[in-house]
Design a protein. Structure first.
Length: 308
């Protein structure tokens, strides 16, 4: 697929010169002349910005930009855009599937099958008619809320500024987070990693949640300290945690998350999709069309000082 997408760019933009590199080290040979740089955002450093005197725009083909040299980018006034929104379909599907997986006791049934045990006493619950709060309700959150409403859930958004949002029954700003948490059966965290979201969830947040609440984090693992989450589970303040992201990745084999009976783990795969690159390229092309027409690219512009 990669070769097909490279050819697509070359064919659609014959006036542009494209260079495709396997690594940032390989790409350095072209930094002296580069105007536009596309990267996954995990291997760039301040020194790379310094080596590219003509750099005007960086496109990060992921949603998170926390590993980018944001201060150097801001200092040089380089435009920064990302691929926000391309994860919304797979991540929304992930959240619904994991909640169903837990409520329908799929793991217990799988274990029973392995043991050749016909057990009709395994308890199950329905996710329909529950209340879901989504903390960090951007494009992913809106898609998840749309799916949740198909299950007749009440949907609550928690955002920086509040205001109305599509597919949400209520919206709270972050100052009123507890108002959302105390009424939620499912708390879904889709927060980015910034200085303001580091250890965002504190012990008192879990104390106000329902005792049978499920906390699902598919944003960034540093939003909650491991010990805080473990304490909340061990004390019965919440019932279960579903984690696609963890404070350390890859998660060390001796980490207590692995063996905790009230934690379900997946290895940061909620956003994986065979359509990832085509969707990212579509966003890039929208911006490239503006750039080539002497307009400032306008889709998914990142404020480096905020980190989103």
């Amino acid at each position: 697929m990669t070769n097909k997408l490279e050819k697509q760019l070359i064919d659609r933009y014959p006036t542009c010169q494209f260079v495709f590199s396997e690594s940032i080290d390989e790409a350095e040979a072209y930094f002296q002349d580069v105007e536009v740089l596309i990267t996954y955002g995990e291997d760039m450093a301040e020194e790379h910005i310094d080596k590219a005197p003509n750099l005007k725009w960086i496109m990060v083909i992921s949603a998170g930009v926390e590993m980018m040299p944001l201060k150097a980018i801001e200092k040089r006034d380089v435009l920064l855009t990302n691929a926000k929104g391309i994860h919304k379909i797979p991540m929304a599907e992930y959240a619904i599937s994991m909640l169903l997986n837990y409520y329908r006791s799929n793991l217990a049934f799988a274990n029973a099958q392995e043991d050749k045990e016909w057990n009709q006493k395994i308890p199950t619950k329905e996710i329909s008619h529950r209340t879901m709060s989504i903390v960090g309700a951007g494009a992913i959150g809106e898609e998840l809320a749309r799916l949740a409403q198909a299950f007749r859930m009440k949907t609550i958004a928690v955002t920086n500024r509040g205001g109305e949002r599509p597919y949400f029954d209520e919206v709270f700003d972050t100052d009123h987070l507890e108002n959302a948490l105390e009424q939620s059966d499912f708390v879904i965290s889709i927060l980015p990693s910034t200085s303001k979201t580091h250890h965002f969830y504190q012990p008192h947040h879990f104390k106000v949640m329902k005792q049978d609440a499920v906390f699902l984090n598919m944003g960034r693992g540093d939003a909650v300290e491991a010990s805080v989450l473990i304490d909340a589970l061990n004390s019965g303040e919440i019932e279960h945690a579903i984690l696609d992201v963890t404070p350390i990745e890859p998660l060390p084999s001796d980490h207590e998350f692995w063996d905790h009976q009230s934690i379900t783990l997946t290895p940061h795969v909620s956003g994986k999709s065979v359509f990832y690159l085509p969707r990212a390229l579509a966003i890039f092309e929208d911006n490239l069309n503006e750039y080539l027409n002497d307009k400032k690219p306008s889709v998914n512009v990142i404020n480096p000082s905020r980190g989103y």
